[in-house]
Design a protein around this ligand. Structure first.
Ligand SMILES: C[S@@+](CC[C@H](N)C(=O)[O-])C[C@H]1O[C@@H](n2cnc3c(N)ncnc32)[C@H](O)[C@@H]1O
Length: 433
């Protein structure tokens, strides 16, 4: 059979204008699933050659939807193939992309398949077309709630219970709202009204998903910045600065740095990553907040002297921010979590040496792994007799957030669910004796 008679060739030219965006989605998925890279970090390279912002956004949206639904998509594919396709097979990737579009993103099936067949040119086009067609004819659908990857579901079930894992599944399919942190908390009611949002805490405004950030009132003048409500808690727990010094380690892109500067702290902000610091410089310029920026490694950096407070918002698995970064659901493995927890302990040990007697050390991670949050905090206290816990009181937190029995903040899926949810987080506060 000549190619012109192959299945899927009919009407293909008409509907293949979007092939480069699908090819970019394939490269993105390959980067995340095969090479273990973060979705956002892989975007520039995967989307090279895509001139239009719309195509880039489409490639990202397709890849993100595949990552949210990977377990269910693979179950459909496996149920429709006589012999399972290998996990890394291009045909499997092409089918995931076509099915995510047809079943979740509203792409007409003929366009969904026509735009992925060129990705398997010279390969199993016929198989891809056949499996996709069979699934479409059988009226295949995806379940209302996504199945989590089995290893992750088992880990979260064991750590937090089935209710939390179920809440995570609901959160995966609920577009997260847009949270803003205000430079001046005294203006909360005014900004909530002006932007048409709600406020869940002083200095916080929540808008529905989908707002175009740079077009909102107050963006250009730097009246606020984007920050999930959970991520805004650590800086709030340090209180007003009154000119005292704070060392913000791992600071970029600067959400917490800006909160601290706005609350009257004299901030020294350190980060390892130049591009992230550059973004932070832009944020500080927009918000007209003054901070001393330092490029450096928290594991080797030595400040001029100790500080009244040290904030370690440590690099972590980021499993708490799966709503906006669904790649973490698929690529974070126990070995990586153990390595990150070890690095956090080393960073905390360094940070401990820079706190003035009587000062505060705050440790935070946007992780849902006990190994990173609770166990790191336990190990720190067990190995640093000069520090004690400075427990967080429930009334220091906005309604809906809770502290554990040891006065540490643990934000789990299900928190603020009726209001649009919150990212997973852990915060522990220590005092130097
Ligand atoms: C969780 S993010 C910080 C978010 C930031 N605190 C905020 O609120 O916007 C972790 C940061 O740690 C930085 N980082 C990772 N390893 C580091 C190290 N050894 N020293 C300093 N910064 C590091 C990363 O570049 C990243 O910007």
């Amino acid at each position: 059979m000549g190619p012109e008679h192959e299945p899927g060739k009919m009407n293909e030219t008409r509907s293949t204008a979007g092939v480069p965006a699908r090819a970019a989605a394939l490269r993105l998925l390959d980067a995340v699933l095969r090479r273990g890279l973060p979705l956002e970090g892989a975007l520039d390279s995967a989307a090279r050659g895509l001139d239009r912002a719309d195509d880039r956004a489409l490639a990202h949206a397709i890849a993100a939807e595949v990552l949210r639904r990977l377990t269910d998509l693979d179950a459909l594919i496996d149920g429709a193939t006589a012999k399972p396709l290998p996990p890394d097979a291009k045909a499997r990737f092409a089918l995931r992309i076509a099915l995510a579009q047809a079943l979740q993103l509203g792409t007409p099936p003929h366009a969904a398949i026509a735009t992925v067949l060129p990705l398997v040119d010279g390969g199993p086009r016929r198989l891809v077309h056949g499996v996709f067609g069979a699934l479409m004819r059988s009226g295949a659908t995806l379940p209302a709630l996504p199945a989590l990857p089995p290893e992750l579901a088992a880990r979260w079930d064991a750590a937090w219970g089935d209710d939390v894992t179920q809440a995570a599944a609901r959160a995966i399919v609920a577009p997260p709202p847009l949270d803003l942190t205000l430079r001046d908390p005294a203006t909360t009611a005014a900004w909530a009204e002006r932007l048409g949002g709600i406020s869940l805490a002083p200095g916080h405004v929540r808008l529905p998903a989908g707002a175009r950030v740079t077009e909102l009132a107050g963006f250009a003048e730097g009246a606020w910045w984007v920050q999930d409500i959970s991520a805004s808690l650590p800086a709030c727990l340090l209180g007003a600065g009154h000119g005292r010094s704070v060392l913000d380690l791992c600071a970029a892109p600067g959400g917490k740095t800006m909160q601290l500067a706005a609350a009257g702290w004299a901030v020294t902000a350190l980060d390892l990553a130049e591009p992230r610091l550059k973004r932070m410089g832009e944020n500080l310029k927009r918000t007209r907040l003054s901070v001393k920026l330092v490029t450096g490694d928290a594991l080797t950096f030595a400040p001029a002297g100790p500080a009244d407070a040290v904030l370690l918002d440590a690099p972590c698995s980021a499993t708490g921010i799966f709503r906006r970064h669904p790649d973490v659901l698929q690529r974070v493995r126990p070995r990586a979590i153990a390595g990150l927890a070890e690095r956090q302990q080393a960073m905390l040990a360094r940070a401990a040496g820079w706190v003035k007697p009587g000062g505060t050390l705050l440790y935070a991670v946007c992780s849902l792994e006990q190994e990173e949050g609770e166990r790191v905090a336990d190990a720190f206290l067990a190995s640093h007799a000069g520090f004690e816990s400075r427990p967080v009181a429930a009334d220091e937190l906005p309604a809906g957030f809770v502290v554990d029995a040891l006065g540490r903040v643990r934000v789990l899926p299900g928190t603020l669910e009726a209001e649009g949810g919150a990212d997973g987080f852990f915060i522990a506060r220590f005092a130097k004796r």
